[in-house]
Design a protein around this ligand. Sequence first.
Ligand code: ATP
Ligand code: MG
Length: 420
Amino acid sequence: MSTFQAPKGTYDLTPPRSATFLAVREAISAPLRDSGYGYIETPGFENVELFARGVGESTDIVTKEMYTLTTKGGDQLALRPEGTASVLRAALEANLHKAGNLPVKLWYSGSYYRYERPQAGRYRHFSQVGAEAIGTEDPALDAELIILADQAYRSLGLRQFRILLNSLGDKECRPVYREALQSFLRDLDLDEETRRRIEINPLRVLDDKRADVQKQLTDAPKLRDYLCDACKAYHEEVRALLTAAGVAFEDDEKLVRGLDYYTRTTFEFVHDGLGSQSAVGGGGRYDGLSEMIGGPELPSVGWALGVDRTVLALEAEGVELDLPATTSVYAVPLGEEARRVLFGVVTELRRAGIAADFAFGGRGLKGAMKSANRSGARYTLVAGERDFAEGVVQLKDMESGEQSAVPLAEAAAELAKRLG
Ligand code: ATP
Ligand code: MG
């Protein structure tokens, strides 16, 4: 017999591990929600043109990794490979930037798709939580986002992560650097593909992972030496604000990141327990993106953190999240009448906001108690004919093992009291 399998490069989230993913999404978004970021949700696909223009024709994401499709109506769509272009598109379409309340601060959480070579920490379907602050140029905003990501990772108990920071310059100084870098790179001994990259996106060559390429890059011109005074001052201010907040970072002048649209502040969060897929999140300022997709000038900054790799980082550090049991009360009926009555009690508990579950399927006491144990419930309610004859149910404290008879009519109230 053949069975279905998840497509290559994907995996399913199933209990109990799925609870960790939910907790990670929650932990990453909590500091954002407390800092004025509103929730935004956009479609899982967009017109392919949005990414071609917004992410960049010279990026791996657009040239190699995008899932594209033609609809029956002839539209060219792409499954979203990242969040920023979509979020900015949606903000522009809803005129959020015209409400006179800049920056527009938004957070999102969802699925992203890239046709990559699957390996540990690199999948074709993955999950990100992201934040964008649109329409304001202020180093405090760049600092805020980095501080909030740091806070999120710390709240999860992660310690072995580092923050890499760089400035990519702006439309004044970057072109000058770009040219200097190009003429340096053209003299190196590089393969055809890399030579092409020099002409399209030379900064990406700095990001090359191969040792023989890196060796040749030792004397490459440094962007730092080309930053204009405005970019320098801006970057120093971001650094000072991070330092004042007690957030440690490392200056990394080779950090260019894969997307075309970044300007000035760029950063990456790396985790040392993850091997080669070490980036758990990244982001930066993208002052030119709005105009690139047809909008007005809206300097913005944002990040996206990978949920899958964050979970792997927790596992690498051996961090066990303190996830409270989802069920507080488990009801075990013995017999037909008990089934009806206890099902009623469970409904009553749930309506009172107490998490309750029920031994469905008329199972025997032993199997049902096993399920009660597995559910993590603090209390079990057991009742059979004899209990009902006396008007009681048996209430068992699963922690102490103590069991006592409680009047049926008071069972829900008693549990509510005990569970506080
Ligand atoms: P990498 O250099 O590892 O390819 P990236 O620069 O392409 O990462 P971003 O586009 O910045 O990644 O996405 C932000 C985060 O999303 C990454 O730091 C990572 O945690 C996660 N991510 C990106 N691509 C994948 C993937 N294919 N599988 C799992 N997580 C991913
Ligand atoms: Mg990538």
